[in-house]
Design a protein around this ligand. Structure first.
Ligand code: SF4
Length: 255
């Protein structure tokens, strides 16, 4: 790991992409000692990761885990899911939320994969160029950039950057993306801020930081190793100071 070298003064001399790239590299350097070491290891194969990620949409990971385990227990093979009725699948995943929407989606995803490839696995994506693999997955129903990034990066080790709500929030606050950058664009920008083999680490460090320190409503800026470089910190300092002396100011709603 390279030693920390970016100061607020040296950052202020940078603009645009150079500034954001420098910040991204510095975030990895400074957050790794807090949350690392981060080692990539697949938790699922690619198809399992895809179905699990669909189950995480609009619910917590813990609810999705319960739903996923139930799905696999009731339908031991993916072909069993294809052959089941949507109501049976919905019953199996009821703890994951939005079961009536997710059940037909999961079945349709599996059906399309089988129809296109003759198999129920996605490991072949690893031999495709990144953009081709991403386009293949995004063509499936209900699959967007975040889900695609998770499957390609987590399961296949490809250099795709998934941006979830925590990462998006931290990135806006730090200045890794603009305040008006939308989530889709954030994926494109953040994926090239860091060397390809660092993307899993970058993702994991930022998501952990968002969950533990840079929280949505009340970030713990006093505990943050990026505080001297953070674009949002002065705003929070001001808001919390006002809150101390006057009335509540909900800084977290705007940043
Ligand atoms: S200084 Fe505060 S707002 Fe900025 S990244 Fe750290 S915790 Fe988040």
């Amino acid at each position: 790991m390279t030693p920390s070298r970016l100061t607020a003064d040296s950052l202020s001399a940078l603009r645009g992409t150079a500034r954001r790239d420098a910040l991204a590299g510095e975030a990895v350097t400074r957050l790794d000692p807090m949350y690392g070491p981060i080692v990539w290891a697949p938790r699922f194969n690619a198809l399992e990761e895809l179905i699990f990620t669909v189950l995480t949409q609009h619910t917590s990971d813990s609810n999705a885990e319960v739903a996923y385990k139930s799905l696999r227990k009731i339908f031991p093979t993916w072909m069993d899911v294809i052959e089941a009725g949507p109501a049976e699948i919905a019953q199996a995943i009821k703890h994951g939320g939005l079961a009536n929407q997710k059940a037909p989606r999961i079945r349709e995803i599996l059906r399309i994969i089988l129809e296109r490839t003759g198999r129920l696995e996605l490991e072949f994506l690893a031999s495709m160029p990144l953009e081709e693999a991403r386009a293949w997955l995004i063509s499936l129903p209900g699959v967007g950039k975040k889900t695609t990034g998770i499957v390609l990066n987590f399961a296949l080790g490809m250099p795709a950057m998934p941006v979830d709500t925590h990462i998006y929030r931290v990135a806006r606050r730090l200045g890794l993306i603009g305040l008006k950058t939308n989530v889709d664009k954030a994926h494109d920008m953040m994926e090239i801020q860091i060397p390809p083999d660092e993307i899993f680490r970058y993702h994991t460090l930022l998501i952990t930081h968002g969950r533990q320190v840079c929280k949505a409503q009340r970030p713990l800026c006093g505990e943050c190793p990026m505080a001297d470089l953070c674009a949002a910190k002065p705003v929070f300092d001001k808001a919390f100071q006002a809150e101390k002396y006057r009335r509540p100011v909900r800084a977290g709603q705007t940043l």
